[in-house]
Design a protein around this ligand. Structure first.
Ligand code: KG4
Ligand code: ZN
Length: 337
């Protein structure tokens, strides 16, 4: 069973071919970083137009890379939310066009599910039940996944998501967009102990990163002109440490609550962070098996969408029959469902 995945929810244009929901045959990803750099963030209209311009060629590359022809594809899977409305519409429109032209069924995929399913591509034997920490530009969610297609959110953020916090901190430190990876690099040359920042701690399994962000702002203001490159690196390291330890404190707590899951997944763009990867391995060690997707499956990509589409199609009701009798709808603010 070959699934063609399409992902255009934000600033990555990606098309992938995945076999049996588990094996990546191709995963072509184009990042729009250069397009948005001068604006310091993603410009939705530019993003949507660029997805539209690039999708045909990326599709070609994905089929070629997989050694597949359209006739070999069994299903089209496309992100329908959450994400930027215009960007989602482009992906969905192209997906529906292909589904109609090739007479293949189409499945609308929840992007958040996609991040979890990146783990199924990483370890083909991985099965729910599992505990997931999904950390991206818009989400910091702790979820229990008792079975395929079933998710229970047990923790979330009250304000900023972890990725958003990293992006904002990076901007304050003069690192520009995209902030998370740049802050990660800078933090490697800093020492958190020289610039301690508070570690957010709310009761239960809730996160909050806005206070930490304000603390960084005030510290930078206090340092003023005196803030040299080493101070900035130390602050990056300290900010990163506070976010990471806060994320993992709740994961640690969730591991001890209820039935301890045998499997833990840490995924989403922020799971590409160097410190988070190292510390997650230490926190989970000996208590459950940890799966951390490789970097290119942590950040947005279409292989994870194809995988999630494959598994959702087996449960799903949102299938459009070949030929497209019923159209799918984008949902920019889709939750876990
Ligand atoms: O999952 P993703 O690619 O897109 C969304 O679904 O939002 O996540 C993007 C987020 C951005 O906030 C980005 O700054 C962050 O992931 N990110 C990182 C790193 N790589 C990406 N944050 C910290 N360290 C990284 N290495
Ligand atoms: Zn994402």
């Amino acid at each position: 069973m070959l699934t063609l995945g399409i992902e255009t929810s934000c600033d990555e244009t990606s098309v992938a071919v995945v076999a049996d929901g588990r094996r990546v045959l191709s995963n072509v990803i184009h990042s729009q970083v250069d397009l948005h750099k001068e604006f310091g963030g993603v410009v939705p209209e530019l993003a949507a137009r660029d997805h539209l311009e690039r999708l045909p060629h990326i599709l070609e590359l994905a089929l070629e890379g997989a050694g597949a022809r359209p006739a070999d594809i069994d299903r089209v899977a496309v992100t329908r939310g959450p994400g930027l409305a215009g960007c989602l519409l482009v992906g969905l429109g192209v997906g529906e066009g292909l589904s109609a032209a090739w007479s293949k069924p189409i499945t609308g995929v929840n992007h958040l599910w996609g991040h979890i399913y990146a783990a199924m591509l990483t370890r083909p034997d991985l099965e729910p039940p599992l505990l997931g920490l999904v950390v991206s530009g818009a989400h910091s969610d702790l979820v229990r996944m008792p079975a395929h297609g079933r998710f229970e959110v047990i923790g979330r953020t009250r304000d900023d998501a972890a990725g958003e916090a990293f992006d904002k901190a990076a901007r304050m430190l003069g690192l520009g967009y995209p902030g998370g990876p740049a802050l990660d690099r800078l933090a490697r040359t800093g020492d958190a102990r020289r610039q301690p920042l508070p570690r957010p701690s709310l009761p239960g399994l809730e996160y909050s990163f806005s206070g930490l962000k304000t603390a960084l702002l005030y510290r930078l203001r206090d340092l003023g002109e005196k803030a040299g490159p080493q101070d900035r690196a130390d602050l990056a390291a300290s900010f990163e440490q506070s976010v990471v330890e806060s994320l993992l404190e709740k994961l640690d707590q969730a591991l001890d609550e209820g039935d301890r899951p045998a499997e833990v997944v840490v995924c989403g763009g922020v799971a590409a962070n160097t410190l988070l990867r190292r510390r997650a391995a230490e926190v989970v060690a000996g208590r459950a098996r940890l799966t951390l997707p490789p970097l290119d499956l942590c950040t947005d990509n279409a292989a994870m969408i194809a995988a999630a589409g494959f598994f959702s199609a087996q449960l799903e009701t949102s299938d459009v029959p070949a030929g497209g009798m019923r159209s799918l709808q984008v949902d920019p603010s889709l939750g876990w469902g």
